[in-house]
Write a protein that binds this ligand. Structure first.
Ligand SMILES: *Cc1c(COP(=O)(O)O)cnc(C)c1O
Length: 383
């Protein structure tokens, strides 16, 4: 068997247009935050339908900036879904506040609105719904809960640029929304992020904190808070400007490929394609399927690797990771749906330049790998 990788998990789509825009920035000599950042921010704000957008060095820094602008800190608790990339909870810890991990729904992989109430305390200040893999969380009950209890809402829309929920854009529904432009996301600037908001007061604080806490008054900077340098460079924003022009076609292509994968998976036993809730809007930043309880997911990943197809786990159950296990005192499995998702999710290749041949290869290899693990003797005796 060949270990040569024939189908990668992801591959960003960029071209001559990005190179031309970057060249223009280099020739201008203005490399840090400048006109290209402003243009990129304008394009995202318009697309998402919000008043303010601030480009940042990543989604992680966008989320940290948001919590800092809300003065969330020591003594405060923030509700975070347990099944997410650790950055969502890390930024809460960076602010000296406490992330409180909430279980998810095993079908959408997003926060379970019914689980929020039992984690509410007098210290709860905010909730960070995640639109995992490009599918919106069920936001109506989340927003109603936040309103009822006076909580801030910070959307982790890292995966969800272009996605929507019942006619509203992901990122536009909370007090702030945060996007990522990492190469595995819907559009990319290499590294990069953005925070968007309709709240003028928050916007002013975000702008201040993004750049050292300094404001220009009478020709010089005065420093009003201990800020960060979380700016994006114009070199990166030049890519973003072009990528925003591609957004509609990138999303359309991702949806087409997801349909193609669904069709091919229909006849494959042992695996369930991602759910389509009534609000849909999915942009398939990742196509994450669920293997059956009895299937050894990591053996399937290894089997696919042997067949030239790169796959990976969906994401992490934070309560079972060492740092958060110690912080929260949770035992593995305390949040059962998240725990199951962490063990059973499989992210399949999906990227815009993928063709029918690759879709066939993925489905065939998956069928073989699942069949091989189903017939393999158990690797250890059951407990
Ligand atoms: C990718 C991702 C992040 C982190 O984004 P960066 O831009 O790499 O900081 C945060 N949350 C989720 C859900 C993500 O998928």
């Amino acid at each position: 068997m060949s270990t040569e990788r024939r189908v990668p998990l992801a591959f960003p789509l960029t071209g001559q247009e990005e190179l031309d825009e970057i060249a223009e920035v280099l020739r201008s000599g203005r490399l840090t935050q400048g006109p290209k950042v402003a243009e990129f921010e304008g394009a995202v704000a318009e697309r998402v339908g919000v008043a303010h957008a601030f480009a940042t060095s990543s989604c992680t820094t966008a989320m940290h900036l948001s919590l800092a602008a809300m003065d969330i800190g020591p003594g405060d608790e923030v509700l975070v879904p347990d099944f997410t990339f650790p950055a969502t909870a890390n930024v809460v810890v960076q602010q000296g506040a406490t992330p409180v991990l909430v279980d998810v729904e095993l079908d959408t992989y997003n926060v379970d609105p019914d689980e929020l109430a039992r984690h509410l305390t007098p210290r709860t200040r905010a909730i960070m719904p995640v639109h995992l893999f490009g599918l919106s969380a069920d936001m109506d009950p989340v927003l109603a809960f936040a309103r009822e209890h006076g909580l801030r809402v910070v959307e982790d829309a890292a995966c969800a640029l272009g996605s929507n929920y019942r006619g509203r854009a992901c990122g536009s529904m909370g007090d702030v929304g945060c996007f990522s432009f990492h190469p595995r996301k819907v559009i990319t600037t290499g590294e990069g992020g953005m925070v968007v908001t309709d709240d003028d007061e928050l916007a002013a604080r975000i702008a201040l904190l993004r750049s050292h806490g300094g404001v220009r008054r009478a020709g010089r900077f005065t420093f009003e808070r201990a800020g960060f340098n979380y700016r994006l460079s114009d070199v990166h924003a030049a890519m973003g400007v072009v990528q925003m022009r591609r957004l509609d076609s990138l999303v359309a292509r991702r949806r087409e490929l997801a349909t193609g994968l669904r069709e091919r998976l229909a006849g494959v036993p042992g695996i369930t394609p991602p759910a389509v809730p009534e609000w849909d809007g999915h942009v398939y930043q990742a196509f994450v399927a669920l293997v059956d309880e009895a299937v050894e997911r990591d053996a399937v990943i290894a089997g696919l690797r042997d067949r030239g197809v790169e796959t990976t786990l969906g994401t992490y159950a934070l309560h079972a990771e060492p740092f958060f296990a110690e912080l929260t005192g949770a035992r593995p499995g305390a949040l059962p749906a998240s725990h199951a998702a962490a063990r059973r999710t499989l992210a399949l290749p999906l990227y815009p330049s993928m063709g029918d041949g690759e879709l066939d290869l993925v489905a065939d290899a998956l069928g073989e790998a699942l069949a091989a693990t189903a017939t393999a003797p158990p690797s250890e005796a059951p407990a």
